[in-house]
Design a protein around this ligand. Sequence first.
Ligand code: AHE
Ligand code: ZN
Length: 351
Amino acid sequence: MRTRAAVAIAPGKPLEIMEVNLDDPKEGEVLVEIKATGICHTDEFTLSGADPEGLFPAILGHEGAGVVIKCGPGVKSLKPGDHVIPLYTPECRECPSCLSRKTNLCTAIRATQGQGLMPDGTTRFSMLDGTPIFHYMGCSTFANHTVMPEIALAKVREDAPFDKICYIGCGVTTGIGAVLNTAQVEIGAKAVVFGLGGIGLNVIQGLKMAGADMIIGVDLVVQAIVDLTKTPFDKIGGADYSFDCTGNVKVMRDALECTHRGWGQSIIIGVAPSGAVIETRPFQLVTGRVWKGTAFGGARGRTDVPKIVDWYMEGKVEIDSMITHILKLEDINKGFDLMHSGESIRSVVVF
Ligand code: AHE
Ligand code: ZN
């Protein structure tokens, strides 16, 4: 079939809207009509050329929601008409990682996903002249239709609005999950959140859900954190938890070092530039601070994403106020401009 997509032709160039060819889903794959997609900072990261796994030409986008149109042979858990959220971290429930119960990082298709290909090592997208187009994070939601492996689709309730729940495909789940799954923040905790964008605000939302007593948000100015968290009973000070949502390795150090001696945990969420490294004095870890990272908020997509959609529909999770801009596919580059200028929290493209 043919569909319309925003194609990343080369690093640093605006996306180009064009008709593309999309082959039928193969064994274990599903054709999805994308109804809405968020624009995440990671799309910008890859488009800029900074992503070591970045490939061109590619159809970016990994924060979508849509409807199943057609299932390839062997697909059992989905049928045409089902509403789905694409998962850049799939959940096969069979690989050693899924079976370990220690991680959400399913390894069933990670190798081919990083090469911009479907699990059989080929791509379903091509330009009208036959030039192959790479998939992105296994999702490619900047296309009106995409093909995805069954294990990378979360089936969600049908009354949930696509232009809101697409955000659960990355930002919401990553932010809330970092708090609830990775840090496992307890009632009464004190926390500092660095970077108050599309992820940081969801970390704050997660901290409120977890019952944190004190939440300090930091954006650009990183002074006086430790002082703010001192209490008369605690002369050393420091946060119980901190979260880096910036991708800046200097901020990551501040985030670790503002946590409490003996038990502070700092969670890295932000994606750092290629080649960047984190540093701190080992003494910071010797004295009990813990550095952790999280991908997709530690969420197991097919299990956890439908629950987060339920929480949104029940009013337990807020999304609407963070979606600041709604755009048409033709205007998708405007979404990247709004992100650069800091005007948007989330821009969502609706098809
Ligand atoms: N491809 C990059 C890494 C990019 C990265 O860290 N991606 C995050 C998701 S960002 C969502 O907005 C992630 O969860 N990665 C886990 C994974 O399996 O890719 C690189 O450095 O090569
Ligand atoms: Zn993202």
